[in-house]
Design a protein. Structure first.
Length: 489
């Protein structure tokens, strides 16, 4: 349950779609607060059901401007007022119209001017915004302040008409540029009628040397942007003509601007647009560095995998020239171990993440081990659970450990009898446990892992204790053997 739903529980039975509309509004209203240099409070009527008359209002959200000082020292969220105590809020809810031009009122040391705006959803007023501004700061506004306030009034009218927030705009607005980063105002033809100082500076960095006003924003951006490689991509002029909600990047050697185009609507007619812009040059540079770094890391893993495969091939060739059976078997075991490490690097070379999907590696390890078993067609593989993703520092030693345990089960446990190899995996946030069991011949009497001279088991024990910080246990079953490996994540 969200904070908004908690506040309204038992106070207003809002429909899910109405709650969603409120969430959309409060997600975007920092822009409204900054444009109007005002604190905004969102009031929802207190009522038992949708047909009953409200008994008052509850404040469910509060936003302070970044372009001016707040007029409230404390948050008012959760405050309830009775019907009749705040006439302008009551009037906006009852009449569905904006209530403005009220006389300033003394609040502490400040003279505060309040206006109220109905929040309309599908023709119904579901909430009211109260806007609170310091009246002393409104007496001699600059050109920037006048433009900001006019734009704010247009947007508040859209809120009252139900056309703002824009439908399905969350993806476009995330993240929402700040008003202070730069703002451009367009007329109905997409021509710039006003550009804030920060907006002029941003375009200047891209190489625009003239004043922006009286030029088409689309033409300005098109003249600055480097040619687009995708012929099907929407043209810069079309995207920036102000007719539709759009998010566009304008990039050249001087930098990158992120532009968010928002049309202004009045009674279903488009009257212009505003464009919020943000200089994202440094962000894009870092993105490119990360992409280059990721590509380099993947290439390194690819080359390591190729080098390991080369070493494996050389050892395999060498083993074919050796007549001594013991030496040949030792080289073949080395080839198998190198191949298991190469599998981890192969997975990393094709992954977009810096982690290893170990289940894919495990599939390859099982397949490779089975291909070397003379009883391949007789043995059933049963697997339960998943490992998921692991860090490379864990995946590499684990691949070696699992390779040895599977190979031991096939070579010793299932060499002459038995037909089941089971792999059981249990993982939670803290631990991962992998058990490899067979129904074969079982362990010799008085067998101890720590005293075993088997090189494979020595490798398993060393990697488990030193690299994985885990524990290994072997137990006799009737029939067969179970090897259990547990390590922390």
């Amino acid at each position: 349950m969200s904070a908004l739903e908690s506040l309204l529980e038992g106070r207003n039975p809002m429909l899910p779609a109405q709650l969603h509309r409120i969430h959309e509004l409060t997600a975007d209203w920092q822009m409204l607060s900054d444009l109007s240099f005002a604190d905004l409070i969102l009031w929802v009527p207190l009522r038992k059901d949708s047909k009953s008359w409200p008994t008052g209002h509850i404040a469910v959200a509060h936003i302070r401007p970044t372009t001016a000082a707040t007029v409230f020292a404390h948050d008012v969220i959760g405050e309830e007022i009775s019907w009749g105590t705040r006439g302008r809020i009551d009037a906006a809810l009852s009449n569905g119209e904006i209530v403005r031009d009220s006389e300033p009122e003394q609040v502490g040391d400040l003279m505060i001017k309040e206006e109220t705006i109905p929040v309309v959803w599908e023709g119904q007023v579901i909430a009211v915004i109260s806007r609170h501004r310091n009246a002393d700061l409104m007496r001699s506004p600059s050109r920037l302040e006048l433009n900001y306030r006019e734009i704010a009034n247009n947007l508040y009218r859209m809120v009252a008409e139900g056309t703002f927030p824009y439908p399905d705009a969350i993806a476009v607005f995330d993240p929402l540029p700040r008003v202070g980063d730069g703002l451009v105002r367009l007329d109905v033809n997409g021509v710039i009628s006003y550009a804030s100082p920060n907006a002029r500076s941003a375009f200047s960095r891209l190489g625009w040397e003239k004043e922006l006003e009286s030029f088409s924003l689309g033409e300005v951006a098109e003249s600055l942007a480097k040619p687009r490689q995708d012929a099907h991509e929407e043209g810069m002029r079309t995207a920036l003509n102000g007719k539709a909600l759009r998010r566009v990047e304008c990039e050249n050697a001087g930098g990158t601007l992120d532009l968010l185009v928002m049309p202004l609507i009045q009674s279903s007619d488009r009257i212009g647009a505003i464009v919020l812009l943000h200089n994202v040059t440094e962000l894009r540079r870092r993105d490119r560095e990360l992409v280059t770094k990721d590509a380099t890391i993947r290439e390194i893993h690819h080359r390591v995998k190729n080098n390991l495969q080369t070493v494996s091939a050389l050892l395999r060739l060498q083993s074919r020239r050796i007549e001594d059976e013991g030496a040949r078997v030792a080289l073949e075991e080395a080839v198998r171990r190198i191949a298991s490490i190469a599998l981890v690097h192969e997975t990393l070379s094709t992954s977009l993440e810096e982690t290893v999907g170990f289940d894919e590696v495990l599939d390859h390890l099982v397949t490779n081990a089975m291909e070397l078993s003379p009883r391949m067609s007789e043995i059933e593989i049963r697997r339960i659970g998943v490992v998921g993703t692991l860090e490379p520092r864990v995946a590499t030693p684990l691949a070696l450990v699992v390779t040895e345990l599977i190979h031991n089960a096939l070579e010793h446990g299932l060499a002459r009898k038995g037909n089941l190899l089971s792999i059981e995996i249990i993982r939670d946030d803290a631990l991962c446990s992998i058990a490899i069991a067979d129904d074969g011949e079982g362990l010799p009497l008085e067998f101890e892992v720590s005293a075993s001279a088997n090189l494979g088991l020595q490798i398993v024990r060393t990697l488990t204790e030193n690299e994985l910080q885990g524990k290994l246990s072997l137990e006799q079953r009737n029939p067969g053997t179970r090897a259990s490996l547990t390590f922390p994540l």
